[in-house]
Ligand binder design. Structure first.
Ligand SMILES: C[S@@+](CC[C@H](N)C(=O)[O-])C[C@H]1O[C@@H](n2cnc3c(N)ncnc32)[C@H](O)[C@@H]1O
Length: 219
């Protein structure tokens, strides 16, 4: 069994094809990114960015003049993200290798600044990433610190389906198990707890949960 830490590195090249993006997971990222409501020129930080599946949707909001920063623990996933940027001719993407649960926001902020970005972003999101971090609360604290006051914060993640869709629970559990996610982690509850003006949505029979809000002053 490949440890979770290495899983994404081992399968980075196949992630896009294996991730169930179009039938299932794209729906959640689309809703979450719409909720960010960013404008051209904005800087967005994508925590656990993986191969950069959020980037084209984010470009739709921040271009022209904006910046996308992707942080991921896996160098191999970042190679795929860099290839995506090169393929599309995107020159406004900064990629940083870091463990979001262990790095200090000051360190990340200065690494972003060294690459020409601002230490704090106008929006910070994590899609399908927090539920596979054991200490996702630490990553959430980092996300909040790297959001400018009044910035948008968004979490898109997974739970067991609800209602009629509970018949799909074994499928959802298998997908999370394969990806190393804890289907019972429910990391969007941190956004409900810590943000103002929280927007909530779900998709795919409740399997995808989306929360977005703004960073409260003084947090
Ligand atoms: C399921 S993928 C999701 C990737 C992308 N956000 C998406 O929506 O397709 C989870 C990503 O989180 C990254 N990751 C896991 N633990 C991490 C951590 N502690 N710090 C930073 N990235 C992490 C993995 O390397 C992987 O690229």
């Amino acid at each position: 069994m490949i440890p979770i830490a290495d899983k994404y590195s081992t399968f980075a090249r196949f992630y896009d094809a294996m991730s169930g993006e179009y039938p299932v997971y794209r729906a959640g990222r689309k809703i979450g990114i719409n909720m960010l409501r960013q404008r051209p020129g904005a800087q967005v930080l994508d925590v656990g960015c993986g191969t950069g599946l959020n980037f084209s949707l984010l470009q739709g909001q921040v271009t022209p003049g904006g910046t996308i920063i992707g942080i991921d623990r896996s160098p191999e996933m970042l190679v795929q993200a860099r290839r995506r940027a090169e393929r599309n001719g995107w020159t406004n993407i900064i990629l940083i290798q870091a463990d979001a649960t262990a790095v200090s926001p000051t360190d990340i902020g200065s690494r972003i600044a060294a690459e020409g970005g601002r230490a704090q972003s106008d929006a910070v999101l994590a899609t399908y990433a927090l539920s596979l971090m054991k200490d996702w609360e630490a990553a959430w604290t980092t996300m909040v610190s790297l959001a400018a006051p009044g910035a948008s914060l968004c979490v898109v993640d997974m739970q067991k389906p609800v209602g009629l869709a509970t018949v799909l629970t074994p499928l959802a559990k298998t997908a999370c198990w394969l990806g190393g996610s804890d289907i019972d982690a429910h990391p969007w509850t941190a956004a409900e707890r810590d943000c103002a003006d929280v927007l909530a949505a779900s998709a795919r029979g409740g399997h995808l949960q989306i929360r977005a809000g703004t960073r409260r002053a003084g947090t």
